[in-house]
Design a protein around this ligand. Structure first.
Ligand SMILES: Cc1cc2nc3c(=O)[nH]c(=O)nc-3n(C[C@H](O)[C@H](O)[C@H](O)COP(=O)(O)OP(=O)(O)OC[C@H]3O[C@@H](n4cnc5c(N)ncnc54)[C@H](O)[C@@H]3O)c2cc1C
Length: 393
């Protein structure tokens, strides 16, 4: 059946842009001149966003790197610090605000791409084609990839009996400069539990790019977490010296359990966070989105459709569900478990576990490194009023 375009991509964020670029390069090489419709109501949003990820090999995102480290730091609630050497891994941070703008310019300059700067508000899916309505016009394609973010308001406000386990991760960060050059840029801080002592699980991460510049991001995870404040962690970082905030970053990510489905219809695939690529127990997504883009590309080349994607490992969903459930019960009391996870198991085992590449042995090591009590409590049957009042140990 003749369609207006071959591929429709909803959302020009991380997953939508990486996929659009892949579709234009070789994913659809069997159909020379594949046409792509890219729909996003705010394509040129110019928002500052820094994403961090670990990797052993170069990635297509590295060209926007603002920093790269071979040591990760973990700071316990009492201020005790552990430095973890990454071996052949690197931890990198990219300026995704710049990356997004450049990638958008690159794909929009391609004559095969049609960019519509309107919200996609309706879909019609069928056996032979799929159509989207954007800006009041219907446009048809062979395949549609949907990365419109899932709504935060759809999450339960209170933990009901037998409800899903979903939570929210809220971020607020500051890019700061310190005139005196006192910032230690030799390690990135993955988790610092010493600055926020509220009821929700909260931590700060620090991406120092020089002795005078760093991004300090405060994070809270919970059912309805208050916005975190990065300022106490900034003061700690600069050891009381004068500092200036030069930019802000903020956002929120739903941690969805059970993960949302991938295939939304005969011709519609959910990608990015809408397709469950945000790991619900951690909020990390960059590596999963990179891997997913490759898998979609392979599926199109091999089968002519985008749906032959590797399933997440079988252990991942139950472990993430227990972790999220423990998180909603224990809140800040789960800090010790987070710190144990990254400091007691070898770091490459932890990174494989976070990537979903853990062997049975890795899994045993990770589970053995965790304090059992909060997780045993999370496995106990749900009680009435569960999660409304938090259980304290
Ligand atoms: C502040 C913050 C920091 C994060 N840091 C990290 C990190 O360090 N490491 C990591 O691995 N992960 C991180 N994440 C998680 C994850 O990597 C990001 O959320 C990532 O952007 C998800 O990509 P996406 O394509 O699913 O969504 P997005 O990049 O958010 O893209 C979705 C796009 O859909 C568009 N859209 C919305 N409505 C419509 C509509 N109706 N029609 C068409 N388009 C629409 C939006 O304008 C947007 O451009 C972070 C998340 C946040 C919020």
């Amino acid at each position: 059946m003749a369609t207006d375009v071959d591929h429709i991509v909803l959302g020009a964020g991380l997953s939508g842009l990486l996929l659009t670029r892949a579709l234009l390069t070789d994913a659809d090489r069997h159909r020379a001149g594949a046409r792509v419709l890219l729909v996003d109501p705010r394509p040129a949003q110019g928002r500052r966003l820094t994403y961090a990820y670990w990797s052993r090999r170069p990635t297509s995102l590295d060209r926007w790197a603002v920093g790269s480290w071979d040591v990760l730091r973990v700071v316990a609630r009492d201020g005790q610090t552990a430095d973890l050497a990454l071996g052949d891994w690197r931890y990198s941070a990219i300026d995704w605000g710049r990356g997004r703008a450049e990638l958008l310019d690159e794909v929009a300059a391609d004559p095969r791409v049609r960019l519509v700067a309107e919200p996609a508000d309706r879909l019609r899916d069928g056996p032979d084609s799929v159509s989207v309505r954007a800006g009041g016009r219907w446009i048809s394609g062979r395949w549609l990839y949907d990365s419109r973010p899932p709504s935060l308001s759809a999450l339960p406000r209170r933990r009901a009996r037998c409800s899903s386990q979903s939570l929210v991760q809220v971020f607020r960060g500051l890019w700061i400069t310190s005139d005196r050059g006192s910032i230690d840029a030799s390690a990135a801080t993955l988790l610092d539990f010493s600055a926020d002592h509220g009821d929700d699980l909260a931590f700060t991460y620090v991406l120092p790019t020089s002795a005078t510049s760093a991004m300090v991001m405060a994070v809270r995870m919970g059912l309805q977490p208050d916005e975190p404040d990065p300022a106490p962690a900034v003061r700690r970082l600069v050891a009381g010296e004068p500092w200036t905030a030069v930019a802000e970053e903020s956002g929120a990510t739903p941690l969805l359990m059970p993960p949302p489905p991938r295939r939304l219809g005969p011709r519609v695939l959910a990608i990015g966070q809408r397709g469950g690529r945000v790991r619900p127990s951690t909020g990390y997504a960059v590596r999963r989105i990179l891997a997913d883009t490759d898998a979609i590309r392979r599926s199109l080349i091999q089968h002519g459709h985008p749906f032959d994607l590797p399933a997440d490992p079988r252990w991942q969903r139950p472990l993430d569900a227990i972790w999220l459930r423990a998180l909603s019960h224990e809140g800040a009391d789960l800090q010790a478990a987070f710190a144990s996870l990254v400091t007691r198991a070898p770091i490459d085992t932890v990174l494989r576990f976070l990537d979903g590449d853990a062997s049975t042995r890795d899994l045993a090591t990770v589970i053995g490194s965790l304090p059992p009590r909060p997780f045993i409590r999370a496995l106990l049957p749900l009680r009435m009023g569960d999660g409304v009042g938090r259980r304290r140990s």
